[in-house]
Design a protein around this ligand. Structure first.
Ligand SMILES: [Zn+2]
Ligand SMILES: [Zn+2]
Length: 491
């Protein structure tokens, strides 16, 4: 199954050139390969097959020639030694990545973010693979203080200057394959022709359809949904997004592009919609220019789904969605409603972050659904005619996903005040008396009452935002009356 899926992957033209360069390079003279019906080099052979054995004996012989004793890690060592450029071209994106340990490992990202403020997402391999440690230091390390702090964090001596720090990191860590760094491409000789996987770290999550596929495939993609406290069965949505990637190439409905296609939520989660199974294909370019908005036709679709009995909006954004959804007559209305919903959602997250700060996790856990993790989903393809088979499953992996979901949700509340968008305004702050009855109920563990009060507060905040934005929208046109029915504020 894995092989078949990999076979569907489109090869980037840069990668095809690179493959020809490599198989024709004298450093690999005599190393077995063959071509498929399309004339493409077969990069992978099974190590234990007769063809794999042909490669194996070549690697053993080369180790002898280069005085590398046959032991654990010897082939990877050889692969790095004989690679003619040190840069591997990724099969998926066509970009070059260093074959050496130059990219910060997850824990290292945390250190760099803290000292340099470079804000790399440690759980996103694509971001981790964006810059080598040399590039990060050159770009972000702008004081001796920071250089010293990094050296100290890595257990290196005090550097003389920035260049000295880079030199130290390379001689003491990168060259020694320190676990604080990751190579830009994983090694797997002799199965892979020159020892390296065809896709690099940048695109690993997209193509690693192996055993860990469940939590790898949408790694990073689902993160936003957790950060936004979205409702919806995230486990099912994640799996469906993963399945989506395995579909035969399809064109973007907006621009016709077939590259960098991904699943896009019809109702953007940043506006308070559910992380649900309702998504549409779109290329990354169109997706980012759409910029977390919905269109009139998205709204029609969402209302239709809702009328069929399926939840589309998260609990915290239902009030504002219900207030605006039937007032949207065209794309201009839709754009306005999107921006109102985005503002409301930011206010919701702000309120949740204050409650978290004041009361901890226990009450807020009622809005998270870790139980969704403990189900295994299988599909009968194709996506258009999807049949979903679900079975309860408790495993180490599932537990890990569950923990990650809860951790990301609370981490984002913790960091919310520092991430606040200055363009937005917030109607509630830590000292707002409106919060007092909620906090008091939580303290008494009267959680149902606190829940009711919180929903009322969110509704009242949403109404005020809608009112304010509506007035501003129509002021310029000389109109004062709001076209929206504004619900009465709760007592
Ligand atoms: Zn890539
Ligand atoms: Zn497009």
């Amino acid at each position: 199954m894995v092989k078949k899926l990999r076979g569907e992957v489109q090869y980037h033209p840069n990668y095809e050139k690179y493959v020809e360069f490599i198989v024709n390079h004298p450093n690999y003279a005599g190393l077995f390969y063959e071509r498929d019906d399309n004339g493409r080099v077969k990069w992978v052979v099974a190590g234990k097959s007769p063809k794999g054995q042909l490669r194996q004996s070549w690697w053993d012989n080369q180790c002898k020639i280069h005085n590398i004793p046959i032991q654990k890690g010897c082939y990877a060592k050889l692969a790095r030694l004989i690679h003619p450029t040190g840069i591997h071209i990724c099969q998926c994106c066509g970009e070059g990545r260093s074959i050496f340990y130059e990219y910060p490992a997850k824990t290292t990202v945390g250190i760099l973010n803290k000292i340099l403020g470079c804000n790399i997402d440690k759980d996103n391999d694509e971001e981790r693979a964006q810059n080598t440690i040399r590039e990060i230091i050159e770009q972000w390390c702008d004081s001796m203080e920071k250089a010293k702090a990094i050296a100290a964090a890595f257990g290196l001596r005090t550097p003389k200057d920035k260049d000295d720090l880079i030199e130290l990191i390379y001689s003491e860590m990168v060259d020694k394959e320190s676990s604080r760094f990751s190579p830009g491409v994983m090694c797997n000789p002799p199965d892979r022709f020159n020892g390296f996987h065809s896709y690099a770290l940048c695109c690993r999550t997209k193509f690693d359809t192996g055993r860990h596929s469940e939590n790898m495939m949408t790694y990073g993609q689902d993160r936003r949904a957790y950060e936004d406290w979205s409702d919806g069965d995230y486990n099912l949505a994640n799996r469906l997004m993963g399945e989506f990637r395995k579909q035969p190439p399809m064109a973007c409905p907006v621009c016709g592009n077939t590259e960098k296609m991904s699943a896009d939520h019809i109702g953007p989660i940043s506006l308070g919609f559910c992380h649900s199974r309702n998504f549409a294909p779109m290329c990354s370019g169109c997706n980012s220019s759409k910029n977390n908005r919905f269109t009139k036709s998205d709204v029609d679709e969402l209302i239709k789904i809702e009328e069929s009995g399926e939840q589309v909006i998260s609990w915290h954004s239902k009030a504002i969605w219900d207030a605006v959804k039937h007032t949207i007559k065209n794309d201009i209305d839709a754009k306005f409603a999107s921006s109102v919903m985005a503002k409301c959602h930011q206010n919701v997250l702000n309120i949740l972050s204050i409650i978290y700060k004041k009361t901890g996790t226990e009450f807020l856990m009622r809005y998270l659904h870790p139980e969704y993790s403990l189900v295994d989903y299988r599909y009968l393809l194709h996506l258009e005619n999807l049949k979903i088979i679900s079975t309860p499953l408790d495993s180490k992996n599932k537990r890990k996903n569950q923990e990650r979901y809860v951790r990301i949700a609370f981490d984002s509340l913790e960091e919310f005040s520092s991430k606040k968008n200055r363009k937005n305004y917030f109607l509630i702050d830590e000292d707002s008396k409106e919060l007092d009855p909620i906090i008091a109920s939580i303290a008494l563990r009267e959680y149902d009452k606190a829940d009711k009060l919180l929903r009322q507060l969110i509704q009242s905040v949403s109404n005020s935002i809608l009112e304010k934005e509506t007035h501003e929208r129509f002021f310029g046109y000389g109109e004062i009356d709001s076209p929206f029915s504004i619900a009465a504020e709760p007592e």
